[in-house]
Structure formats: C-alpha cells, structure tokens
Design a protein around this ligand. Structure first.
Ligand SMILES: [Cu+2]
Length: 164
C-alpha cells in the first residue's frame, strides 16, 4: 500500500511547475529565434559580376548567375519622382527578387522594392527615384535575386534624366 504524505504532494507539484516553466521558456526561445530570423534577409547575398558595358537607362543588362542567365531592364530612362518599371526575366525559376537604388558613394535612403512575380521566371515592379540634392544623375540599382536557396546581388549602373 502506498501512502501519500503532504511533503510528497508538494514536491510533485513543484516538479510540475518547473516542467511547465521549462516548456514555456522553450516555446518562447524557439518563437524568438523564428521572429529574429524573419526580420533578417534569409541568406547573405553573393556579389555577381555585371558586364562592363551595362547601362540600364540604355537597355537591358545580362547577368550570369551559377543557375542561369537573368535579363534586367528598366521601362525607360528614369526621371526622379516619376514612376518607371523594373523588369526581370530569367532562364530559370526565381524565388524572390528585390531592387534598391543608391548613388555611388552617396547614401540615398532606403529605395527598396520587392518585385512581383508574374511567372516563376518573370518579375516586375513599378519604382521611383528620389531627387538628388546635388543634382547628380549617376545611380546604381542593386538587384537581389534569390534562387535555389541562395541570394545573389548585382550592381547595375545607370543614368537618370534631370528632374522636371
Ligand atoms: Cu545623390
């Protein structure tokens, strides 16, 4: 016959509380890690070479990635504060594409756009450039392309027309 003493019962209750606390901490930790991961870009990008004659305002640039070729173009020569389209088509399916516009040695704020998927290998999005206070027109579009679980980034130069 088993006898339960009040001390044993208290001890058991204490163990239960510890177990529940451990579970709560474990769930919190796992959720926190998940949340932090979702706040960061999923993968660090690999810089890829761009042809020396690439000038997006004149026409499409061809970028070679290990899994295939990507053609990137703008609908027309961008004018600050006027919308233009960024279009991208690849020889393979892509997972995610975003672009960011900056100037050489001049931080122009966040000008990041997530492109929308039209088909697995066709992505596009309307974008707009801010006005440069110095009147310069030399820009770089950083295209970040995610494919096969890896991210690549290509720096594509172009000129903007004068703001109207
Ligand atoms: Cu500027």
């Amino acid at each position: 016959m088993t006898e339960y003493s009040p001390v044993d019962t208290q001890h058991k209750r204490g163990l239960w509380i510890v177990a529940i606390l451990l579970v709560v901490v474990a769930i919190g930790y796992s959720w926190g890690r998940h949340w932090m991961a979702s706040q960061l870009p999923s993968v660090a990008p690999i810089a890829v070479d761009v042809p020396g004659d690439c000038a997006l305002h004149r026409g499409p640039c061809r970028v070679e990635l290990p899994p295939g070729v990507v053609h990137i173009e703008l609908s027309h020569e961008p004018v600050p504060l006027e919308p233009f389209r960024v279009q991208l088509h690849a020889s393979m399916a892509l997972e995610r594409v975003s672009v960011d516009f900056q100037m050489v040695d001049m931080y122009m704020g966040v000008n990041r756009y997530d492109l929308k998927q039209q088909a697995p290998e066709i992505w596009s999005r309307q974008a707009m450039l801010p006005v440069c206070a110095t009147g310069r027109s030399d820009w770089v579009m950083y295209a970040r392309i995610e494919v096969d679980g890896l991210a690549y980034v290509a720096a594509l130069p172009f000129e903007a027309a004068a703001a109207r």
